[in-house]
Design a protein around this ligand. Sequence first.
Ligand code: HEM
Length: 144
Amino acid sequence: MYEFIQKAHSGFAYLALLLLVVAVVNSIMGMSSKKEFTFKDRKIALFGLIGTHTQLLIGLILYFVSPNGLNMIKLSGMGGLTTESRLLALEHPLVNIIAIALITIGWVKHKKLITSESKFKTFSIYYGLGLLLILSRIPWKLWF
Ligand code: HEM
């Protein structure tokens, strides 16, 4: 069970990040070229949202079955965590949840906006911040 979920989380991370990067680049390009926000732009942003939400779901399950998640905190206590175990058990999950909350807020906000410029701007800010937060807490050494 653990190995399967861990591999799924590790593998799906490529797709989730790719979809998010595409959504951020598309919104920045849309904003700077002042083009109209179309159905295609909405779809690109929606895929970014779905990708991160799917990764969140797999991550939440992983947190409870992995020896590097909640079990690590239970075994060593907060004070006993090393830099590496703190990244996996605390910083990575917490910062990613905040990042995905920001991405979700961006999605909800864009629906209430009317102009194309404001929609692209909202996605650029919220999805962009979400992406930066996610990238700041990826366990790169473990992943590659
Ligand atoms: C878009 C969001 C996320 C991305 C891109 C992401 C990506 C990753 C990556 C690349 C790894 C290393 C995988 C490997 O060992 O090959 C990892 C590990 C891990 N992630 Fe995430 N993650 C995300 C969200 C979350 C969330 C929200 C949680 C928990 C609530 C979580 C929990 C974990 C745990 C516990 C590990 C360590 C797994 C282990 O070694 O046993 N992740 N994540």
